[in-house]
Design a protein around this ligand. Structure first.
Ligand SMILES: [Zn+2]
Ligand SMILES: [Zn+2]
Length: 128
């Protein structure tokens, strides 16, 4: 809990001016502690925002999103936050999380076909 979150590592400036921006490994990440879990700065905001998306509209029908702990597989929601997006049991995953299930077919939300139809507008996020 004593990490100086506001201090940017001095070397970061050199890296950025060095033009090695394209090398992802060299970009120092800033971390924050949120609910006792270490995560990338800005991520807590994504988690909070994810809770405002309660349904997916798939083919004109609303499907409530599958919250963490409601999956048909046991991802350990009783013991720990989601390993991918860090939400806790009962919360909706951050969109794009690889644990989130599709509410329609129970497949992986990021890879199933139902939620793949955003391009033609048939799948949208519904704020609730
Ligand atoms: Zn997740
Ligand atoms: Zn699906």
């Amino acid at each position: 809990m004593t990490e100086p979150a506001s201090v940017f590592p001095p070397c970061a400036v050199g890296i950025l001016e060095d033009g090695r921006l394209s090398d992802q490994e060299d970009i120092p990440k800033r971390f924050v502690i949120y609910r006792g879990t270490r995560m990338t700065e800005g991520w807590p905001g994504q988690m909070i925002e994810a809770q405002t998306f309660t349904h997916y509209n798939i083919g004109g029908k609303d499907f409530e999103r599958v919250s963490y702990g409601s999956e048909s597989d046991d991802w350990g929601a009783n013991e720990r936050p989601c390993h991918d997006c860090r939400v806790i049991k009962g919360e909706y995953h951050v969109v794009g999380c690889d644990v989130e299930r599709c509410p329609k077919c129970d497949g992986q939300a990021i890879s199933c076909d139902c939620l793949d139809e955003e391009d033609d507008g048939s799948t949208t996020y519904v704020e609730g």
